[in-house]
Ligand binder design. Structure first.
Ligand SMILES: Nc1ncnc2c1ncn2[C@@H]1O[C@H](COP(=O)(O)OP(=O)(O)OP(=O)(O)O)[C@@H](O)[C@H]1O
Ligand SMILES: [Mg+2]
Length: 370
């Protein structure tokens, strides 16, 4: 078996110099435009289990603009991945089912496409970068084969043109010596380089949207920073919209333009990053921000918030966060589904007395939702 090639000193220096080059403000400037490329409307995805119906995604709406990064944050089990899988129509069925809603990508509702049409959308107009690069790459094929496969399917290229395009994609994700690296197998690359290869596959078809589900959990912190910066650079060059799913509010601050905070299958707050950090209104958002681990004590574990996340098969219709919220709880909060209201332009909050301080200031907005 070939020996695993570790990242060489030169490659490491290159990665580090990129990481140290970080703007204090984040992983690069925003490239967001006002043109909506993906529009999710009232998406509902349920699982049938022997304990009952799990409403993993329970009426989620958000949009992603060209060149924008939308962060999706929330504790484990809040429905982040299932909403992403629903967009890709990759929810395992059974037990899962997309019950209702719309997923409009470049003007077409993906939920209405045939499976054949959907196959060409996946990895074409929209692509997904998975959590673990080793899982995303096949150990028995070379990098050239794997990046080439995606390009072959979506752009019909063959022969020398295809090889050139592969090398070009590897160059875009700043893989040193891309023509020789293309001949390597995944295990011969370092973790950071593998993650870049997965990135290369993700962008090879010039998608409108990339979904990155916890793309950096298996990388160490400096390599993580370099990779995220690279994603931002690619975004600026290609104008791609990114849905960035993570537990890490620290990364969200640097990486995202806007943030959707999910709890128990619903969005409880959505706004631009600055507003979410400076003036969060929902008690769950506040708790998540307070639980951001300090850099020196980063353990890779999930944020701890007092109380347990709720059991999704047995949710009351009302505010699911109420039992954990420090605010007062009323019968009404448990029985009526709170509305997501726009409290100021672009700042949406799921309004209810049990989870929003100064609720009375905003309650006149309820019932006026679009
Ligand atoms: N195949 C399945 N069968 C039954 N329930 C499922 C299935 N897949 C997901 N779920 C449920 O859907 C809910 C949402 O899961 P999801 O994977 O979206 O969470 P997540 O927010 O991505 O969490 P994490 O941060 O741990 O990745 C969970 O309660 C989970 O138990
Ligand atoms: Mg997940």
């Amino acid at each position: 078996m070939a020996k695993t090639t570790r990242t060489t000193k030169k490659e490491k220096d290159e990665i580090l110099s990129e990481a140290l080059d970080l703007d204090t403000d984040g992983f690069g400037k925003s490239a967001a435009s006002s043109e909506v490329v993906l529009d999710l409307k009232d998406l509902q995805t349920h699982f049938t289990t022997r304990w009952g119906t799990v409403k993993a995604v329970d009426g989620v709406s958000y949009n992603v603009k060209r060149g924008e990064t939308l962060g999706v944050v929330g504790e484990s089990g809040s429905g982040k991945s299932v909403s992403a899988l629903s967009i890709m129509r990759l929810v395992p069925s059974p037990p899962g089912e997309i019950v209702s809603g719309e997923v409009i990508l470049n003007g077409r509702d993906l939920l209405k496409l045939s499976e054949k049409e959907m196959t060409s959308v996946r990895g074409g107009e929209i692509s997904m970068i998975l959590q673990d690069p080793m899982q995303a790459l096949n150990p028995v094929f070379t990098i050239e084969n794997q990046v080439g496969e995606a390009i072959k399917i979506h752009q019909g290229l063959r022969g020398k043109v295809l090889v050139d395009k592969v090398v070009d994609s590897l160059k875009k994700v700043r893989i040193p010596a891309p023509d020789t690296r293309a001949k390597d197998y995944p295990h011969q690359l370092s973790g950071g380089m593998r993650q870049r290869v997965v990135g290369a596959i993700g962008i090879s078809s010039a998608p409108s949207v990339i979904i990155a589900d916890e793309p950096t959990t298996s990388l160490d912190v400096t390599i993580q920073a370099a990779y995220l910066r690279l994603l931002r650079q690619i975004q600026q060059e290609e104008g791609v919209g990114i849905i960035f799913i993570t537990h890490d509010f620290g990364i969200v601050a640097k990486m995202c333009d806007r943030v959707a905070v999910m709890y128990a299958g619903r969005i409880v707050e959505l706004s631009d990053v600055r507003t979410i950090f400076n003036s969060p209104l929902h008690e769950y958002t506040k708790a998540l921000i307070e639980s951001v681990p300090k850099l020196e004590e980063k353990t890779g574990r999930l944020p701890q918030i007092e109380g347990q996340p709720p059991l999704l098969h047995n949710l009351p219709p009302g505010d699911a966060f109420a039992p954990r919220s420090p605010l007062e709880f009323t019968e009404e909060d448990a029985s009526i589904r709170p509305e997501l209201c726009e409290v100021e332009p672009g700042h949406w909050v799921q309004l209810c007395r049990s989870s929003v301080q100064n609720f009375d200031k905003y309650k006149h907005l309820i019932g006026n939702a679009a």
